[in-house]
Design a protein around this ligand. Sequence first.
Ligand SMILES: Nc1ncnc2c1ncn2[C@@H]1O[C@H](COP(=O)(O)OP(=O)(O)OP(=O)(O)O)[C@@H](O)[C@H]1O
Ligand SMILES: [Mg+2]
Length: 295
Amino acid sequence: MGNQAENLRFLVQQMKKDFQRNIKSVPNGTRVIAVTSGKGGVGKSSFAVNCALALSKYKQRVIILDADLGLANVDIIIGINPQYNLSHVIAGEMPLSEIIFNGPRGIKIIPGGSGMYHLANLKDWQLESFLAKLSHLDGMADYLIVDTGAGLSKTVLSFVLSSDEVFLLTTTEPTAMTDAYGLVKTIHAEKYQGRIKLIVNRVPSEVEAKIAYSKLNIALERFLHYSIDYLGHLQEDPRVAQSVKEQQPYVLSYPHTVAANDINTIAERIIKRDDTDYSGHTVKDFFGRVTEYFR
Ligand SMILES: Nc1ncnc2c1ncn2[C@@H]1O[C@H](COP(=O)(O)OP(=O)(O)OP(=O)(O)O)[C@@H](O)[C@H]1O
Ligand SMILES: [Mg+2]
C-alpha cells in the first residue's frame, strides 16, 4: 500500500515537472485577453488578479489593465492605492513608468482610470505620442489581461473587440446567464474574430459549470449558429470574499483553497494551448484598435 502511494506521488511529481518543462513564453508577442461579463459582480476582477498570479507562477509575464472605468477593483483586491492612471499619461502629466504598479510575483498593474475617455478627443499627433509611449510595454509581457466593466457599453465593447480572446465570466443565475447570452450575441454581431471562452463561477462542482456551458452553447448554436468554448469553473469558496476583505489575493493567502486549485487548472489550460498565432501581437496595436473603436 505504502509502495503504491509512493509510486503515485512519484508519478504526480513527474507530471508536474513535464508540464513545467513544456511551458514556454508567448513567442515575440503579447496575448491580449479581455475578462468580461454580461452581468456585474460575477467575479471578473477577482478572477483577473488571481489568474494573473497563477500564470506568473509558471514564469509567464503578465500585465493587468484595470479597464473598469467606473469602479476600479483590481487596486482594492491587490491592496494598492494608485494616485495616477492612464489619463495622466495621455495628458502628458506622468510618464507611463510612473503609473505602472509592481504587484506580487512580478505582475504589473496599469490603472486605466478615465484615460480611455480622453482617447476619443485626442488629436492625431497626441495619439501617436501616446501609442509610442505604450510601445515601451512591448516585450515586457506574455499576457495583457484586461479587466473590463460589465455589460454592453461602448467602452466595454471596444476593449472586448480589440482583444485576441475573450474570457466570459458568468454564474449559473438565470439573470447572469441571460446577460452572458446577450453579450455574446452583440460580440458576434460585431463580427469578432477571436474565440470566446466561458468560465462559470461560484458553482458547487464542475458538473454544474458544464451544464451551464451546454445550456448557453446550445442556445447560441440554435439561434445564432455560433459557439463558444469552455475554459473552466471556479467553485463557491468563502475564502474569495475573505481575501477581498483582506486585500490579499487568495492564490497568495490561501494557496490550497478550492478556488485557488480551480484557478491553477485554468492557468494551466491557458498556457497549454498553442500560442504561435500570437506571435507579433503588441500592446501598442491593442491600444491602437481600442482607440479606433472609441473615435
Ligand atoms: N468563487 C467565488 N466564491 C465566493 N465568492 C465569490 C467568488 N467569486 C467572486 N465572489 C464574490 O463576488 C464579489 C464580486 O467579485 P468581483 O468584484 O471580482 O466581481 P466583478 O465581476 O469584477 O464585479 P464588477 O462587475 O462590479 O466589476 C467578490 O467580492 C466576492 O465576494
Ligand atoms: Mg470588477
